[in-house]
Design a protein around this ligand. Sequence first.
Ligand code: AMP
Ligand code: MG
Length: 284
Amino acid sequence: MAQDSLWETPAAKTLRAEPGFELDQLDRNSTPGFTGNKADGERLLEERGAVLSDLQELLYANGRSGDSRSILLVLQGMDTAGKGGMVRHVIGHVDPLGVQHAAFGVPTEEEKQHHYLWRIKKALPRGGYLGVFDRSHYEDVLVVRVHDLVPEDVWSARYDEINQFEKELVDAGTTIVKVAMFVSLDEQKKRLEERLDRPDKYWKYNPGDVTERGLWPAYQQAYQAMLDKTSTEHAPWYVVPCDRKWYSRIAVTELLIDALEKLDLDWPPANFDIEAEKARLAQS
Ligand code: AMP
Ligand code: MG
């Protein structure tokens, strides 16, 4: 495996949420497993982005030949954690044709008529695709829990239900890469201030973000419960410190490369007679 030596331990090993993980101990400005600096990280993002791109093309090619396997990247994090930037700067390396991207906001009237997994199931990647969720079904045990949008007995049953749902997905050939992105309270303030200072960022600002910020401890508790209850063997969480964007981006690039390499893909064989086609082409 072509793991750059600047990683002293692979991202998939270092960042995996193991039982007993304590979120309040996480240094959100840290760069776990990585020994390089920002310049190293930025260079590496380009190098490894190219590797990711090649692997994604292999996945797509296999999908076109009937392989039903897929990858689903789940990005979950508070406002300003960098979910959108992750899509632009990491997923931006691969051919958009093979990407199925979905963002989940406040449920629409139509979505509210259905089970919370309804909109999720509609957005799942088909065979050969790299699915990307900007927020996900985990909102239904995060914002919903923090704001008591449904009674406790309803949201508390969802952890098991989500584990079961993901197990079925994995058994059907989807590798789920769940990334919990954590920014510090201070860094979030800086990023929100920037959104208020820059006309090109006003569109990202939502007055509600400051309300959610006021509920920080309740959110941290909800995130801790999510990690405790849904970091499973079949679909573990990876905890990524996000105060340094360059770090979070190389970390997620490595997680995706690792997931794709584990599929052990090869180029699909020709489904035509190569020699006959060469002869036909020569005569044409
Ligand atoms: P953004 O990602 O900035 O576009 O914001 C989307 C907003 O939708 C966030 O405040 C989420 O917490 C909220 N949201 C996403 N899913 C749900 C849900 N199932 N119930 C309530 N709010 C949600
Ligand atoms: Mg937002």
